[in-house]
Write a protein that binds this ligand. Structure first.
Ligand code: ZN
Length: 323
């Protein structure tokens, strides 16, 4: 493809979810888990949703918060309402994310015939997937989120039935396709690099790139150096792609397993926000509301990153264990 001055639509997606770090004693663990995974509480500051929402606001950026609501079938709507309220307060958009691991933990059984834990939505048949997405929409609706435009399966664990279930629930966009994740079993797409129409819906796949060591990676905050993110965005813009989908999480800025924030990840997020704000003539951060794509665009190839940005990642990742 030739160089283009098209503005690249960047979707900063933040999977917003709560984990009790195991499934035993979850009622006792939930209040602490909520503080950790939503507020990002650490021994040296809070780096969860309010921190991220404020940083986005200061840079005038739009993000998409994929909120996981199924935990409310166990713990009630209050915590979910608090999450929706926080995001609404900052005027950012909310979409639907489902981790079906919660289904067997519900106070009122969701399916009378299912008692065991099923990790992914693809582990349910198409009719059950329709019901699960409807349940998630309903919970978000009850929590104050009236409009859902997009869906992402937890851990990208979707299959072709998921696309039908998304369409069945009048959700326009699926964001579950991820070439890098073995758990993703959507077979109707072949390594797509930008949004494509599929029946009544649009698939907005995770953006991936080939790193300096010839390995494929998806664009996630803690999985790439800033240089890799920047280079992949610039190349996607030159390819005139219709979408660049980036992944982060509500607790992405915390170090796993310990009560500390991740300095390198925070710095990387700040650099990303500054870069997008400073280059808003080339990159436009978007929500999925009213997403439209042109049909008949060329199929772009995966972008190739040079060695230096990947070496930077290796250096940064080893520093993350130190600081
Ligand atoms: Zn998730």
């Amino acid at each position: 493809m030739t160089d283009s001055f098209d503005v690249l639509n960047v979707y900063l997606t933040v999977d917003t979810e709560i984990w009790c770090d195991g499934w035993s004693n979850i009622d006792a663990k939930f209040p602490g888990a909520f503080q950790k995974y939503i507020y990002g509480k650490t021994g040296n500051g809070d780096y969860g949703l309010p921190f991220q929402l404020q940083l986005l606001k200061e840079h005038g950026l739009t993000a998409v918060f994929f909120v996981e609501p199924l935990f409310a079938t166990r713990f009630g709507l209050d915590a979910l309402q608090e999450i929706v309220g926080l995001i609404n307060e900052y005027g950012q958009s909310i979409e639907l994310h489902l981790h079906t691991e919660w289904i067997d933990e519900a106070r009122q059984p969701v399916f009378s015939h299912i008692k065991e834990k099923r990790e992914h939505i693809k582990n349910f048949n198409q009719s059950e997937q329709c019901d699960l997405i409807a349940l998630g929409k309903d919970l978000l609706d009850q929590a104050g989120c009236k409009s859902i435009n997009a869906f992402r399966a937890g851990s990208f664990g979707a299959n072709d039935d998921t696309l039908a279930a998304v369409a069945h629930n009048q959700i326009n966009i699926d964001a579950s396709y991820n070439y890098c994740m073995d758990d993703c079993e959507i077979s109707v797409f072949d390594d797509i690099q930008q949004a494509v129409p599929f029946g009544e819906i649009i698939e907005a796949p995770m953006t991936t790139f080939i790193d300096g060591l010839q390995r494929r990676r998806h664009v996630q905050l803690t999985a790439c150096s800033f240089a890799e993110l920047k280079s992949s965005m610039q190349q996607a813009q030159r390819q005139a792609r219709n979408a660049y989908v980036f992944l982060s999480h509500s607790a992405e800025l915390l170090k796993p397993g310990i009560n500390k924030y991740d300095r390198i990840a925070v710095r990387r997020f700040e650099k990303l926000c500054s870069f997008l704000a400073d280059n808003n003539n080339m990159f436009k951060t978007c929500s999925f509301e009213n997403m439209q794509i042109e049909s008949g665009r060329n199929k772009p190839v995966p972008v190739q990153i040079g060695r230096l940005p990947t070496i930077q990642r290796y250096c940064e990742q080893s520093l993350r264990h130190v600081f």
